[in-house]
Design a protein around this ligand. Structure first.
Ligand SMILES: Cc1ncc(COP(=O)(O)O)c(C=O)c1O
Length: 396
């Protein structure tokens, strides 16, 4: 079985989590804090706010940016430009916080948001751009930053599938006001479930700590101003804003600390495999095309996407079925064109253009596993089965 994902953790992480259970210190505490600091320091942010998923990280980031306490707050009805090829919970938090997603098409070669489409989408209520480096392929940051500067737009980076990727030598997520990452089981590293918001803004990080847990000041770095402003209320139970419970557990924090040093090695394996797949499958270029690494980008290859070209004498479903019968798992690319998903139809949003590249990707592309456990035998097996499929049709 060549799976989409294999666990990135083993005895060391399990022992770290077990230690939390055995000491009974299981709820968010020093181990989460230590992981936040380690993660932020590794990539160069001032602050990291861990939570219980990448989706929660997006919700927390957007809740903070729209909160009355936020500097340069996004207001209800403001528009945020997002790529059509994204995940559901890239979009839902925008709606949940009263913003209006504006869905734009992708560049079919990189699968990332097309900067020209961003320019085209900007209207009088546009306040922000939320990008997704698809499968870990960094977006065209030079162009996107230029657009944001010229149009006074805030930049939010949903890097939930892009941990370990770099653009022009800088980690993804270091370009905007706030970034989010996921440590779900199937991702580059895992805390089982888990996510983190990163930012250089102290006030924003404090706000995210408050919103993460009940509107409570218990986890902020500097509680004094809050306490001074509310004399007479027990400072241990002081609630200064609305809030959720999006806290991570200590088990997750402990696992993250063990996982993080392994990330670079995992990404190297993914990159090596992706290069091998591209070289090996290139001979089928008449029928198949592959995601192009963004110039200046260092892709971290969440999986290996393949696009069945228009006019190929077979369908993507036929190819996927052949691979599945050979015990090779496959999946569509993220959630396809999110503008076609029924969930979005109930809520205000705007689409720009016909989104044909995202739709094509939804209909004609798929991916198989490209992770730290794919070895030379597994990758040869996958390439052989793709070759067999085309051979069987007299195409190779
Ligand atoms: C782009 C993107 N955003 C958000 C998420 C949500 O992350 P999680 O599964 O940790 O909630 C994902 C999940 O893979 C994703 O790909």
């Amino acid at each position: 079985m060549v799976r989409l994902h294999e666990p990135t953790f083993s005895t060391e992480e399990i022992m770290a989590a077990l230690d939390c259970l055995l000491t009974t210190r299981v709820t968010m505490g020093p181990k989460v804090k230590a992981f936040e600091q380690q993660f932020a320091a590794t990539f160069g942010w001032n602050h990291g706010v861990m939570n219980n998923s990448g989706s929660s990280a997006n919700l927390l980031a957007i809740s903070a940016l729209t909160n009355p306490r936020a500097q340069d707050r996004l207001m209800p009805g403001d528009e945020v430009i997002v790529p059509a090829l994204s995940w559901s919970t890239t979009i839902w938090p925008l709606i949940q916080c009263g913003l209006v997603p504006v869905i734009v098409d992708i560049d079919p070669s990189t699968l990332n948001i097309d900067p020209e489409q961003i320019e085209r989408a900007i209207g009088p209520r546009t306040r922000a751009v939320m990008i997704v480096p698809v499968y870990g392929n960094p977006c065209d940051m030079d162009a996107i930053i230029d657009i944001c500067h010229r149009n006074n737009l805030q930049l939010i980076e949903d890097c939930c599938e892009a941990l370990g990727a770099f653009y022009d030598g800088k980690p993804v997520g270091r370009f905007g006001r706030v970034a989010t990452f996921s440590f779900y089981y199937s991702h580059h590293i895992t805390t089982l479930e888990g996510g983190i918001c990163t930012t250089d803004e102290f006030e924003l990080s404090e706000l995210m700590r408050i919103l993460r847990a009940h509107g409570w000041i218990r986890e902020v770095d500097d509680p004094k101003p809050w306490i001074d402003a509310s004399p007479g209320i027990d400072e241990r139970f002081l609630f200064v804003n609305l809030g959720y419970n999006l806290r991570a557990t200590e088990l997750s924090g402990a696992m993250g600390t063990v996982q993080l040093p392994k990330l670079a090695g995992f990404v190297d394996v993914r990159r090596d495999n992706a290069n091998w797949f591209r070289r090996t499958l290139d001979r089928y270029g008449a029928y198949l095309s592959f995601q192009q690494e963004t110039p200046k980008g260092r892709h971290s290859w969440f999986g290996f996407p393949i696009h069945v070209k228009a006019g190929a004498p077979f369908t993507v479903n036929e190819l996927m079925r052949h691979l599945n019968d050979a015990h090779i798992e496959t999946r569509p690319i993220i959630c396809g064109n999110v503008a076609l998903q029924p969930g979005l139809q109930m809520y205000p949003h705007r689409t720009v253009g016909d989104l044909r590249h995202a739709t094509q990707t939804m209909k004609c592309a798929f991916s198989f596993g490209n992770h730290q456990a794919i070895d030379s035998q597994a990758r040869s097996y996958v390439a052989e089965k793709i070759g067999n499929f085309l051979n069987g049709r007299g195409l190779a």
